[in-house]
Design a protein around this ligand. Structure first.
Ligand SMILES: Cc1cc2nc3c(=O)[nH]c(=O)nc-3n(C[C@H](O)[C@H](O)[C@H](O)COP(=O)(O)OP(=O)(O)OC[C@H]3O[C@@H](n4cnc5c(N)ncnc54)[C@H](O)[C@@H]3O)c2cc1C
Length: 496
């Protein structure tokens, strides 16, 4: 074998939730496994996630006296899909609801800690569990589990192309950070678990829209590489037009928050979980706030109460109650600021006027932003001073603010002297729902809907038209489908 050639029973592309689940499952079945991750660390969108996992009949549900069932979960997913329900993949939905219990118990068994369950209507029972202390818990525990099982985790190695011999996928051509080309040969199968295409301009343009193509992704490195490689072999993408976003979010802070810095080890997870269960809300609140003000975007209720949106020049550019997220994309540098006056600021200091929320868990008000996000919170005693703080022309911002009154619509406009601005804000695509068409065994389907021999997909790459609306279903699918894809790849006898 050449020095740039490596061989294993199963080669997994992607080190997020699905890829790590696939790799560990194949290794548990005694297969040799190589996992390629293009970034220098594991995690993908799985590590960016808020961390909610929806699952039924978990120890948490049982402790709360809840008796749930896959059938009821199946029906509630239909309600969550609403008018789009007719586009759902019912075979994959059934697979998801039948496997959340064992998936969740498996995550607990390798050290992941959750709090919950929380109620998220229209779910009829509380089913949402949240990982603690944070989502880096997933790559931490799954990565450790993989290493213990002997998986060869190759970081900063990007899969470029599938190797196909006589119609069968037999490996992957990849490149290292230094540009060295490597060939990873798979004796049994390759699993595509390279996430979604939220950061992939070409695929967004092809399946969603030209507008979406120009919008940044929260996870810019998920460029749909697995989709592209499989499309080259005649696979197809389902529900490629469905995106979560563009949505307006605050730009992330340069330094990670207190919660993000907590080590994701089991003991810390348990401590946080006990704190959530037993500590008075007042003590817990600052802890939750560092998360809610970092990971979540502003509520539209701000605009209903009179706040305005301006671009980096201080000009208003959109009807705030229309689709400002679309118009923000074409503003200078793609950034904007939310401007409110002293009166609106006072209102957004208490219930029911919150700036952002993790529903049913925590609500962040303006003072929480002042405390936790000094980088995006700006206040001043005059509009001119505020403009200078934001690097805008004082004349332009004063003109904009003066022009906000619209007596004919009842809009009173912003009134000084005190003003607050929140930003920069940007439009982001969070998730692209389009996944490769797969069989119930997670085989990637090619021309004529026949499985492409030697090729499996899981997670976002293998989403196959499944609708995952509501909180916590994407991660649940990543772990469930990843494990199944890994298992089926390991048992793929055709080449054994
Ligand atoms: C901000 C945010 C919050 C979210 N919150 C939640 C939540 O709370 N609950 C929920 O259910 N869902 C949530 N989601 C969605 C969820 O995180 C994803 O759907 C899920 O993590 C997908 O898992 P995955 O393993 O398929 O992909 P990922 O976790 O993205 O993993 C894919 C991996 O493949 C790697 N990769 C890509 N291309 C290549 C290549 N060519 N070669 C090698 N490696 C490659 C990527 O770098 C990445 O590490 C959230 C998403 C975002 C962005």
């Amino acid at each position: 074998m050449a020095s740039n050639e490596f061989e294993a029973d199963v080669v997994v592309i992607g080190g997020g939730g699905a890829g790590l689940s696939a790799a560990s499952e194949a290794a548990r079945l005694g297969r040799s496994v190589i996992l390629l991750e293009k970034n220098p660390k594991l995690g993908g969108s799985t590590a960016w996630a808020i961390g909610s996992v929806t699952a039924i009949n978990t120890p948490h549900q049982l402790r709360a006296g809840i008796k749930d069932s896959p059938d009821e979960h199946f029906e509630d997913l239909e309600k969550l899909a609403g008018a789009l329900a007719f586009r759902d993949n019912l075979v994959l939905r059934r697979i998801l609801v039948e496997h959340t219990t064992e998936m969740f118990e498996w995550l607990l068994s390798i050290g992941v800690v959750f709090m919950g369950p929380m109620l998220q209507p229209p779910h009829r029972y509380p089913r949402m569990h949240n990982v603690v202390p944070n989502s880096s818990s997933f790559p931490y525990h799954l990565g450790r589990h993989c290493r213990r099982l002997g998986v060869d985790l190759c970081l900063a190695v990007t899969a470029k192309e599938l190797i196909v011999k006589r119609g069968r996928v037999t490996g992957v051509i990849a490149s290292t950070a230094s540009g060295e080309e490597r060939r990873y040969l798979a004796r049994r199968a390759v699993v595509l678990a390279s996430g979604d295409f939220s950061g992939g301009r070409e695929l967004k343009a092809r399946y969603a829209s030209g507008l979406a193509a120009g919008v940044d992704a929260v996870n810019a490195t998920n460029t749909g590489d697995g989709h592209r490689m499989a499309l080259g072999l005649g696979a197809s993408v389902i529900n490629g037009d469905l995106l979560s976003g563009p949505d307006i979010r605050f730009v992330p802070p340069e330094r990670s928050s207190l919660v993000q810095r907590l080590p994701p080890i089991w003991a810390v997870g348990q401590a946080v979980r006990l704190a959530v269960d037993y500590l008075p809300a007042a003590i817990l609140r600052p802890f939750l706030m560092s998360f809610v003000t970092t990971a979540l975007g502003p509520e539209p209720s701000l605009y209903k109460e009179g706040a305005i949106l301006v671009n980096a020049k201080g000009e208003r550019f959109a009807d705030e109650l229309g689709n400002p997220e679309d118009e923000l994309v074409s503003q200078p540098e793609g950034i904007g600021y939310i401007v409110l006056d002293g009166e609106i600021a006072r209102r957004f200091a208490a219930w029911p006027y919150f700036i952002s929320t993790a529903p049913s868990i925590a609500y962040a008000y303006l003072p929480d932003y002042k405390r936790n996000r000094r980088d995006i919170y700006h206040e001043a005693g005059s509009v001119e001073l505020l403009a200078r703080r934001l690097g805008m022309s004082p004349e332009t911002l004063s003109r904009t603010v003066r022009g906000t009154a619209a007596p004919e619509t009842g809009r009173r406009g912003l009134i000084g002297p005190n003003f607050v601005a929140l930003g920069p804000i940007k439009s982001y695509v969070t998730v692209a729902e389009g996944g490769l068409k797969v069989s119930e065994h997670l085989e990637v389907l090619g021309p004529g809907d026949t499985p492409i021999p030697g090729l499996f997909a899981g997670g976002a790459t293998g989403q196959g038209g499944l609708l995952l609306y509501g909180h916590g279903h994407h991660l649940a699918w990543a772990f469930v489908s990843g494990r199944l894809a890994g298992r089926n790849a390991a048992l793929n006898l055709a080449r054994a």
